[in-house]
Ligand binder design. Structure first.
Ligand SMILES: N[C@@H](CCC(=O)N[C@@H](CS)C(=O)NCC(=O)O)C(=O)O
Length: 243
């Protein structure tokens, strides 16, 4: 089965969570909107599948995944479906729901990060909401990031079931890959705040480094399939927001 991932080209965004799972598993997939423009590739193909899918349930927004005749939207939902098939989910319903819960929490954090540079509306320029962005990011740095990352640090510390600390059970799951991605994004967006915070996050940092060293993931990160972080994505670096 060749999976088809539909996500905006040029940014990592929420699609990157799905990409990391596909890449780490060595799955066969195409990143449709990054293909050359045409009936089966590029942004036009994405919009066509978004607005009028030939079968399956339509999504409000990317990312969504086409797997045969199934069309699955919502990042965490895609991973709930995909990761067990690729050997990157824990076994058993309770553990799967726990991984899903952690993924939803990471997606919540992403939304808060997005709202630091677009606190009023996604349709307005950053420059037109800069004052609100400055206020919002102060609270993210001081209150929200310590709360979220402290939670993941405790979750890792509390899970003593494996030799190597992972978020769920005793084997790497998509939740670990997603935490890696969020740490990468925060290092790009808020390098100063993140440097300070990471002094109190040894388990998160160790997990991040172990994920980065996984052979397939390392190969992906070094490849041109990994779009660099940039200021069109969700994690953006505006130095004034990291003051
Ligand atoms: N909760 C959804 C959010 C999807 C989402 O916000 N997608 C963004 C790109 S990362 C988008 O294209 N939004 C367009 C819109 O909301 O109008 C998920 O986790 O997949």
């Amino acid at each position: 089965m060749t999976y088809e991932l539909y996500y905006w080209p040029g940014v990592q965004g929420r699609g990157e969570f799905v990409r990391l799972t596909l890449e780490d598993a060595g799955a066969d997939y195409v990143d449709v909107a990054r293909l050359p423009d045409g009936p089966h590739g590029g942004t036009q193909a994405l919009l066509k599948m978004l607005e009028a899918p030939p079968h399956g349930h339509p999504s409000l927004a990317p990312p969504f995944l086409k797997a045969g005749r199934d069309l699955i939207g919502q990042t965490a939902n895609i991973l709930l479906y995909l990761a067990p098939k690729l050997g990157l989910a824990p076994r058993g319903e309770a553990a799967r729901l726990w991984a899903h819960q952690l993924q939803l929490t990471l997606i919540d954090l992403m939304a808060e990060v997005h709202d630091t540079h677009h606190p009023i509306a996604g349709s307005l320029y950053y420059e037109d909401q800069r004052d609100e962005a400055l206020r919002r990011s102060r609270y993210l740095r001081r209150e929200r990031l310590p709360k979220y990352l402290g939670y993941f640090e405790r979750t890792l510390a509390d899970n003593a079931s494996g030799r190597q600390r992972v978020l769920v059970g005793n084997a790497v799951s998509y939740a670990d890959l997603s935490l890696f991605q969020v740490i990468e994004g925060l290092r790009y967006a808020f390098p100063r705040a993140q440097r300070r915070l990471e002094k109190r996050l040894p388990a998160c940092v160790a997990l991040h480094d172990r994920m980065a060293a996984r052979p397939r993931l390392a190969a992906y990160l070094a490849s041109d399939r990994r779009v660099p972080f940039n200021n069109d994505g969700i994690f953006r670096h505006y130095p004034e927001l990291d003051a």
